[in-house]
Design a protein around this ligand. Structure first.
Ligand SMILES: [Zn+2]
Length: 75
C-alpha cells in the first residue's frame, strides 16, 4: 500500500490549510503527514491519511524530538 504523491499534494492541513510533508519510515513507508506551521503530524493508517486534529501528534523541538500529546498511535 502506498500513497500516491498526487494525493498528498491535494491534502492540506485542516487547521491552517497549509501544505503537508509526507514523512516516511526507514523503509520508505508513508508514516504521517506533517504540518510545519502547526507542528502536527497526522497519521496514515492502511494507506489512508487521517486528517483529524484529535488524532494528530504534536511534534516539538527542531531536531524531530517528539512528544505525544494525545493517545499513542497504534498500528
Ligand atoms: Zn497546519
Amino acid at each position: 500500500m502506498s500513497i500516491d504523491h498526487r494525493l498528498v499534494t491535494l491534502l492540506v492541513c485542516p487547521l491552517c490549510k497549509g501544505p503537508l510533508e509526507l514523512l516516511r519510515d526507514a523503509e520508505q513507508h508513508p508514516l504521517e503527514l506533517f504540518c510545519h506551521a502547526d507542528r502536527l503530524a497526522f497519521p496514515i493508517r492502511d494507506g489512508m491519511p487521517v486528517m483529524l486534529v484529535s488524532e494528530a501528534r504534536t511534534l516539538s523541538g527542531p531536531d524531530g524530538d517528539t512528544t505525544t500529546t494525545t493517545k499513542p498511535i497504534t498500528s
